[in-house]
Design a protein around this ligand. Structure first.
Ligand code: TYD
Ligand code: MG
Length: 453
């Protein structure tokens, strides 16, 4: 007989323990471990005795059905999904509360419904009248999208299973939905897992694309949608700084497309509007003749994006000088500072260093190393970069500047936006461009240019 056993799960990351403990070893959060509904453990006996159904095997190279994608009509949304909505897929849209997840899905799904597709939007957070009011304000009131306000999973599934399967279903948000077969409160790991499992099964069975909204909270109170990440096909995070109007929809996992693909939006009084040319927007308020400002030619997903990197280096009187970074990795900054110190003789150990990626974008590429280093050197020397210059390249611990991928695409984008010169490592191969390639092979060369001895 299989036995029911007590189980303890971290409400933040979903790690499971046999005993209660104060701190989760997996995500290092405190007081997030709670007893969850008992599970059946132990191997079921007699599995080898009874005969099962034979699984139908197909050969890899046999003809198969091409996955058709649905376009929502919102290009940036489709782009983040890898080129549109895949039938029968399950997608998690995560993000901070209030960042604009509901607004984004309302706009995308209303647009999909207007194109003749059957779309159902289930909200567990707002009443239908509230959503209708918002839709009206956003100019979407004519859309035939169907709305429902419900939190009970059983009722939701009954509704969805009735009639022909809709093209897309939105569940906003998973933390408000509960299944009555288990006793935990909505938002706990047990509930989030159960409800998601049922909704994902529905997607696979019916061919409807299911979008699950999940709030990410820093405190462990509400189950982080991280529990869900490995269950769904696609994970999109909606990020952005509340202080900025830019919002970025980033694919962090996608079974049907590339990851790191981003869709860029701007939050306006009339909802989210697409930003078709993010580079122009990110560079809009730039003051070119400012020391410490440097334009990085980056790649986000499949698209080149130019962003301004700002550095401020100032003498510090504190014993431990400050290091503050927004939009970049702080350990990567420490590395660049160490390389500048050891390989280029720039002592920055008694300086405060501030680094900011303008526009609220988060840069993760190592190709930004050279741009960061150049911004730091320019700020320290109080000399602005030559006008109309972009920078990219990876810096190694030895102080060498290494080639990066897609130099061609970076140069093309820079040229399109009127830049005439690129400070860059020797590229493996680039096409014909009018932009001047200013090759650097060592970080020390940049220091020599800004601070001739
Ligand atoms: P919402 O989509 O409700 O966020 P989430 O579902 O992620 O919790 O967005 C809420 C925020 O968006 C709110 O603070 C106001 C802002 N907003 C606008 O600035 N303009 C708009 O047209 C809308 C609908 C919302
Ligand atoms: Mg919402």
């Amino acid at each position: 007989m299989a036995k029911t056993q007590k189980e303890f799960a971290c409400q933040s990351c979903g790690a499971v323990y046999r005993k209660w403990q104060g701190k989760c070893d997996s995500c290092n959060e405190w007081n997030t471990i709670e007893e969850t509904a008992g599970v059946v453990s132990g191997t079921p006996k007699g599995l080898s005795g009874k005969k099962g159904r034979k699984v139908e095997l197909v050969s890899l190279n046999s003809p198969h059905e091409e996955q058709a994608r649905l376009s929502t009509g919102i290009g940036e949304f489709d782009r983040a999904l890898g080129g549109g909505i895949v039938k029968g897929s399950a997608t998690l849209i995560g993000g901070d509360p209030g960042i604009g997840k509901s607004t984004l899905l309302l706009q995308a799904m209303a647009s999909l419904a207007s194109r003749g597709e059957d779309v159902i939007y289930i909200s567990g957070e707002e009443a239908t009248a509230q959503i209708q009011m918002r839709a009206q304000r956003l100019g979407l009131a004519d859309s035939p999208m169907k709305l429902g306000a419900e939190t009970n999973l059983r009722d939701i599934l009954t509704t969805l299973n009735e009639g022909p399967a809709p093209a897309a279903v939105v569940i906003d948000s998973i933390q408000t939905i509960f299944g009555d077969s288990v006793e935990s409160a909505p938002g706990t790991v047990t509930q989030v897992r159960l409800c998601s499992h049922e909704l994902i099964s529905f997607a696979k069975r019916s061919g409807s694309a299911v979008f699950i909204v999940g709030h990410v909270t820093k405190d462990g109170q509400i189950a982080g949608p991280r529990v869900l990440e490995h269950m769904v096909d696609t994970v999109l995070y909606f990020e952005g700084d509340r202080g900025h109007q830019f919002r970025i929809l980033r694919a962090v996992k996608n079974r049907f497309g590339g990851t790191d693909e981003i869709g860029v939006f701007e939050m306006t009084g009339l909802g989210l509007s697409e930003v078709k040319n993010p580079s122009a927007l990110f560079l809009a308020d730039r003051n070119e003749r400012e020391p410490g400002s440097c334009v990085f030619a980056g790649i986000e997903g499949s698209r080149p994006v130019l962003v301004e990197i700002q550095a401020l280096v100032s003498q510090s009187s504190a014993a431990n000088p400050r290091r503050a970074v927004v939009g970049w990795d702080s350990s990567r900054l420490s590395m660049i500072l160490a390389v500048l110190d050891a390989r280029a003789g720039l002592g920055l150990s008694n300086c405060d260093v501030y680094l900011n990626v303008a526009g609220g974008l988060r840069v993760t590429e190592p190709a930004a190393d050279l741009a960061v280093a150049t911004a730091l050197i320019s700020s320290l020397a109080e000399v602005p970069l030559p006008p109309e210059t972009v920078v990219f390249g990876e810096v190694s611990l030895s102080g060498d500047v290494r080639a990066v991928s897609q130099a061609d695409a970076r140069l093309k984008e820079a040229e399109k936006l009127g830049f005439v010169r690129a400070l860059m490592p020797k590229a493996r191969k680039t096409g014909k461009q009018n932009i001047t390639q200013d090759i650097v092979s060592r970080l020390a060369e940049i220091v020599d240019r800004f601070m001739p001895s």
